[in-house]
Design a protein around this ligand. Sequence first.
Ligand code: PMP
Length: 349
Amino acid sequence: MIGPRPHVAATKPYHLPKMQANIILSANESPYNLPQPVVDQIKDELDNIAYNRYPDPMSLELRMLISSAYGLHAANVFVGNGGDEVIQNLYLAYGGLGRRAITFEPMFEIYGITGRMTETTMIPILRDPKNFTAENVIPQAYRMDASLIFLCCPNNPTGDMVSLGRIEELLQNTEALVVIDEAYAEFSSQTAIPLLSKYENLAILRTFSKAFSLAGLRAGYLLASEEVIENLLKVKLFFNFSKLSQAIAKIAFTNRNIFDGQIKKILEERERVFGKMSKINRIKVFPSHSNFILFRTEKPAAGVWQNLLDRGILIRNCSNQPLLDNCLRVNIGTPEENDAFLSALREIA
Ligand code: PMP
């Protein structure tokens, strides 16, 4: 039988094996399910959906809702099945064979994987090995021949931020479409959204998966110029975003202030867990502007990871990523989950 296209044949599947664990702190999800008032509204809405009819292929009501919150127009918003699908569409529209995309490594791995799958030439720029900041290496991307530049802010898995001044300088020094991935912006104190009105080569990615407790739904969006959004609308699957997704995302976005309490709890726990981890000997903890914390162990990280799993606690081993030898990432859970993680780590590390 005929094989797939050569770049598909050369790719290993990206598997996250299903692990049995009582405490799951590996995927940067919210430890809190949807708040009850949001669940109640979704239940009411489910009774009113015409399931026999196709969804609005343009997701217009949701795009209007999101755009008006930022003082933009629906034509400035693209929605998809999680940030992942938005990223794929960015590559389909702006990447591909003969085109180049820049990432700042270590970074969210889906950028490299999706880039290679669309036959885009990937240009990884390495971060500062001491603290993983991209601040001082971003100028390497200036005037480089690339069509896409991806920068996560805060970055996953390192948790660091880049200043708005540096982002603006990048925008002024490139013809590429600059995508600032703000999947974790709700846990930080900065957003590049105000720069959208000044730079037509800026796009900002957001997701419902983290602060808005909807990783299971798959919903994310991009804010950008009308021209960028129009090109994404050309490449997306026609009915990409289901009626259920549109309805639930609308309810969550309308009620976004209800999530403030959960976000505050996660931030308080981040500070507490960071403080406690900093006191554990034989690990180095990196400051985070997000809902997870990266740390480096003196012992081999694979053993620490396995020992935690043996105690029913699943975190993420990041050691295979550039610069991240013996680094692990744990996301913030409920106070009880965090306490269980801290006491296990004290014993193991
Ligand atoms: N960007 C970053 C930096 C992420 O860490 C993630 C999820 N881990 C995403 C985008 C995509 O999230 P989703 O597809 O769930 O919206």
